[in-house]
Ligand binder design. Structure first.
Ligand code: ZN
Length: 149
């Protein structure tokens, strides 16, 4: 195992055990629930969006280490981004975990590329993408909870 793989696994374990931005936000204007019945992951996202800029994202919920780590890393990666930038990052992230692509995701996505190993475990893809699908729906001002089924 390379040092990088070990570093990335440590990152996922750390974020899974100690998720960042793990709280309810009172001033969020896009709040939405997401559920992954396949694994039992469940979360609520609190997004504060103003003039097409994501000022902050927090979340609460419970689930496996992959779903919690992915949500936690997403909240860090997307805070301060415009909605268009967030959608672009989501597209790249989705491609990274679902397709056999030879793009340099480490250069494109930084820390988020720690989750690239998920491609090898198709059952975990929904764990990794739950928070992202929920975010996209929240930004579209949907009030319908997201289910990965
Ligand atoms: Zn899961």
């Amino acid at each position: 195992m390379s040092d990088l793989t070990e570093l990335y696994q440590a990152l996922i374990i750390d974020h899974g055990r100690h998720p960042r931005n793990f709280c309810v936000s009172d001033h969020a204007n896009c709040v939405l629930e997401g559920f992954n019945p396949l694994c039992g992951d469940r979360l609520t996202l609190y997004v504060t969006e103003k003039n097409n800029v994501i000022e902050g994202i927090t979340f609460k919920g419970e689930g496996c280490a992959i779903s919690m780590a992915s949500a936690s890393m997403m909240t860090e990666a997307l805070s301060g981004k415009t909605v268009a930038e967030a959608q672009e990052i989501f597209k790249l992230f989705h491609e990274m975990v679902t397709e056999d692509s030879d793009k340099d995701f480490e250069a494109l996505l930084g820390k988020l590329s720690a989750l690239s190993g998920v491609t090898k475990y198709p059952a975990r893809v929904k764990c990794a993408t739950l928070s992202w699908h929920t975010l996209v729906a929240a930004l579209a001002h949907s009030d319908k909870p997201v289910s990965t089924e």
